[in-house]
Design a protein around this ligand. Structure first.
Ligand code: BTN
Length: 257
C-alpha cells in the first residue's frame, strides 16, 4: 500500500458516519470489482475495496474503464432486499450524484441507467454485478468509477470526446468524496427516498434517444423515468419501457435516427 491508499483508509476510519462499511484501500488493482468478487464468500455486507488506479478497470458491455490516478475506483459488497436489487444501480447513481454535489458543488445529471454527466461529458459510471444461486441473489458487487481530476496526458483518443472530469484541476478531495459516497449510499440503503431524484435529475429529459437492447436498437423521444426506474420513450409504435439497455445516441434530429 502506498502513502495515499493508507491516507484514504485513515481518513475514512475517522470520518464515516456509520460503522456499516469496512474499507480497504490499495495502491493499484486490476479491478476492484474482480478483487471483491474473489474474496466475497468470506466477506460481510459493507466490505469496500478502493484502488488509486486500476490496470484492467471494467465498464458495462465488456468495455474497459480507463482508471488513471486522478479518479476514484471503488466497489462495495451489498446484500440488498430482493425488491431493491433491480434499483441498486439507480440508488448508487443518486448516492454518487449527491456526494459530488456535497463535496465539489458541481451538479451532475444522471444518464439512465448508470452514468453521471457534467456539461455533456461522462464523469462517472457504475457497474453492478450480482451473484445468484437457486434463483436468489446472494450478493451484489457495485463498482463505482469517478473521473474526479484530470490525469497527465488526458483521456485516450477513443473516449476523449465523451469523457470529462468533475474538477478541472487537481486537489485533495478524493478521500472526502469516497466518504460522502459511502455515507449517501448508507442513507439510501437504509430507506431514504432516492427514486424521485433519479427521475427528476435525468440527463435525457426532453431528448431524442436511440436505445440498444438485446433485441436491437429502438429510437424515440424521452417521456420519463418511471417510478420503477425504467426509461419510457415514445416510439413510432407507441410508448415503450426499458428496465435495462443502453442509450447509444442522445439528442439527434428525429429524421436521422
Ligand atoms: C461504465 O461506465 O460502464 C461502468 C464503469 C464502472 C467502473 C468501476 S471503477 C470500480 C469498479 N471496478 C471496475 O473494474 N469497474 C468498476
Amino acid at each position: 500500500m502506498n502513502g495515499y491508499a493508507k491516507k484514504i483508509e485513515k481518513t475514512l476510519k475517522g470520518s464515516l458516519s456509520s460503522d456499516f462499511w469496512r474499507v480497504r484501500a490499495f495502491d493499484s488493482l486490476p479491478s476492484t470489482n474482480d478483487f471483491l468478487r474473489e474474496i466475497a464468500s468470506t466477506e460481510r455486507e459493507g466490505s469496500v475495496v478502493v484502488a488509486c488506479t486500476q490496470t484492467s478497470g471494467k465498464g458495462r458491455q465488456g468495455r474497459k474503464f480507463y482508471s488513471p490516478d486522478g479518479g476514484i475506483y471503488m466497489s462495495v459488497l451489498l446484500k440488498p432486499a430482493p425488491e431493491l436489487v433491480p434499483k441498486i444501480t439507480a440508488l448508487t447513481a443518486v448516492a454518487v450524484r449527491q456526494a459530488i454535489i456535497e463535496v465539489t458543488r458541481k451538479t451532475p445529471l444522471i444518464k439512465w441507467v448508470n452514468d453521471l454527466y457534467l456539461e455533456d461529458k461522462k464523469v462517472a459510471g457504475i457497474l453492478a454485478e450480482s451473484q445468484a444461486s437457486d434463483g436468489k441473489v446472494d450478493y451484489v458487487i457495485v463498482g463505482i468509477g469517478v473521473n474526479l481530476y484530470p490525469s497527465k496526458g488526458g483521456f485516450p483518443d477513443e473516449i476523449k470526446d465523451l469523457a470529462g472530469t468533475v474538477e478541472s484541476e487537481n486537489g485533495d478531495k478524493k478521500a472526502h468524496l469516497i466518504c460522502a459516497i459511502l455515507d449517501n449510499l448508507y442513507r439510501f440503503l437504509s430507506g431514504e427516498e432516492f427514486v424521485e431524484i433519479y427521475r427528476k435529475e435525468s440527463y435525457l429529459s426532453g431528448k431524442n434517444l436511440k436505445i440498444s437492447t438485446k433485441n436491437g436498437e429502438i429510437c424515440g423521444k424521452f417521456v420519463e423515468i418511471d417510478e420503477d426506474c425504467r426509461l419510457v420513450i415514445d416510439t413510432e409504435n407507441g410508448a415503450q419501457k426499458f428496465f435495462s439497455g443502453e442509450v447509444v445516441k442522445v439528442g439527434y434530429d428525429e429524421k436521422n435516427c
